[in-house]
Write a protein that binds this ligand. Structure first.
Ligand code: UDX
Ligand code: ADP
Length: 452
């Protein structure tokens, strides 16, 4: 069996590496039109940072895992084609700012139809709006020269930073297909791939639309929990309650559960906001404005939380940060990844620059050029924004520190030394509640957390 995966990104790369590792008899080739990205996958420095991934790639690469820019030939040779291309939010025209931009999906469908001469199973891996399978089917049907296609939905639930353990041991694998004999056979083929390492009872099969929708709903529910606890964090700050104590108390209720209740400066990542906006757009398109408004509030609350964090910094620094040096610890949207998409850090840094602060960012994995272009735009510079190579360097002569990403190394820094090198009063704003505020106050910091 031959698998082709189109798109060598955060989803396609790790997923295919694990399939190749677990199924040595299947030849897995990941293709991408981005030659630099493919070169990086073939090098010792992979294009994405993900704990444990290097070992998986080292073992399978060259054996039955390949990375290539030859998109057409790989598609032509494959039995199963995973589509893992990006589906950004549209920035123009109808649905701008909410609907998914499906141009990459459509272009892939056209290429598949053009080069295929043998039957293929097409698997949607990218998160896509409900009913995209229908679009793919129509494009294939209108352009094929006779090859037979089955379209399946197999959304990926891995979280960045824990992608490898998530893929090794998924809570569930979801496969949606057409409820026809041909559809069922295609579903069974894909089930047999995962069944090599995932217990059969954890592989759920549904119809196409249920599978596509489940992905959006899973992300909406997860993001909703974060917005819910973040909403409560504002109330905690006003009343003197401690949001971590509240989260712990409610999380003990087995109906609520303890996970995803960590108050923060706001959720980021490529999925949550995009998928909720997609869900909102879908509801509006189907004439369900009340449902749309309900889910939209999860995103609004997240925007509020990000703004609230920068506003608090400004207020605590006597309502002016102009020409003050602010050290921002962390830039990735969460720890253990170099991904910065929708990171709250982008908003926080922009807010501080708008107040004429001198901002120094340090992140252990995000390159300086990425930080600059995320905040300012590609190729732009601003003398007020610089990047440091350590937390200590960033904090040198700073008036305040803002912890934005929960990297483990920020928990064990020598804050006594850092305090000594800062302007006084020295403030610290912990946007992740990872440091001990009482200890910092004992050192002399004016220390603030989220929701306490
Ligand atoms: C998410 C889903 O978890 C995953 O199933 C889906 O496939 C893709 O989207 P990801 O975005 O990689 O994964 O990371 P996740 O761990 O979900 O974190 C998302 C954001 O929420 C991060 O910014 C994180 O810091 C934040 N978060 C998470 C909180 O602020 N509090 C929490 O309790 C949990
Ligand atoms: P994700 O986080 O969903 O994996 P990424 O943006 O990291 O998203 O990866 C998507 C990849 O898909 C990019 O590397 C992009 O170059 C690739 N891609 C998009 N369209 C095509 C296409 N038509 N053919 C080949 N690769 C494509």
């Amino acid at each position: 069996m031959k698998i082709c995966c189109i798109g060598a990104g955060y989803v396609g790369g790790p997923t295919m590496a694990v399939i190749a590792l677990k199924a040595p008899d299947i030849q897995v080739t990941v293709v991408d039109m981005n030659a630099a990205r493919i070169a990086a996958w073939n090098s010792d420095t992979l294009p994405i940072y993900e704990p444990g991934l290097d070992d998986v790639v080292k073992e399978a690469r060259g054996r039955n895992l390949f990375f290539s820019t030859d998109v057409k030939a790989t598609i032509a040779a494959a039995d199963i084609i995973f589509v893992s291309v990006n589906t950004p939010t549209k920035t123009y025209g109808v649905g701008s700012g909410r609907a998914a931009d499906l141009r990459y999906i459509e272009s892939v469908a056209r290429t598949i139809a053009e080069v295929s001469t043998t039957p293929k199973i097409i698997v949607e891996k990218s998160t896509i709006p409900v009913k995209t399978a229908e679009t793919i089917q129509q494009i294939l049907a209108a352009n094929t020269s006779g090859a037979k296609f089955q379209v399946l939905s197999n959304p990926e639930f891995l979280a960045e930073g824990t992608a490898v353990p998530d893929l090794f041991n998924p809570d569930r694998v979801l496969i949606g297909g057409e409820r026809t004999p041909e559809g069922d056979a295609a579903v069974e083929t894909l089930v047999s791939v995962y069944a090599r390492w995932v217990p059969r009872e954890r592989i759920i099969t549904t119809n196409l639309w249920s599978s596509e929708l489940s992905k959006l709903v899973a992300n909406a529910f997860l993001a909703q929990r974060i917005s819910s606890i973040n909403a409560i964090s504002a109330l905690c700050e006003a009343t003197g309650a401690d949001v971590d104590e509240v989260a712990n108390a409610i999380g003990k209720d087995s109906r609520i559960g303890p996970k995803f209740l960590k108050a923060s400066v706001g959720f980021g990542g490529s999925c949550f906001q995009k998928d909720i906006l997609n869900l909102v757009y879908l509801c509006e398109s189907f004439g369900l404005p009340e449902v749309a408004a309900y889910w939209n509030q999860v995103v609004s609350m997240n925007d509020y939380q990000k703004r609230r964090f920068s506003a608090r910094i400004l207020k605590s620094l006597f309502n002016t940060v102009a020409d003050k040096r602010i050290a921002v610890f962390g830039f990735a949207f969460k720890k253990d990844t170099n991904d910065t998409r929708e990171s709250a850090a982008i908003n926080v840094v922009r807010d501080l620059l708008a107040e004429h602060a001198n901002v120094v960012v340090y992140d252990p994995k995000v390159p300086a050029a990425e930080i600059m272009s995320d905040v300012l735009g590609k190729g732009e510079t601003n003398p007020r924004l610089t990047v440091a190579t350590s937390a200590y360097e960033a904090a040198l002569d700073a008036h305040a520190i803002a912890i934005v990403t929960e990297w483990d190394e920020f928990k064990t820094l020598d804050y006594t030394k850092i305090f000594a090198d800062m302007h006084k009063p020295a403030s610290l704003f912990d946007g992740r509640n990872i440091v001990d505020l009482a200890k910092l106050r004992a050192i002399g910091f004016r220390a603030h957390g989220i929701g306490r």
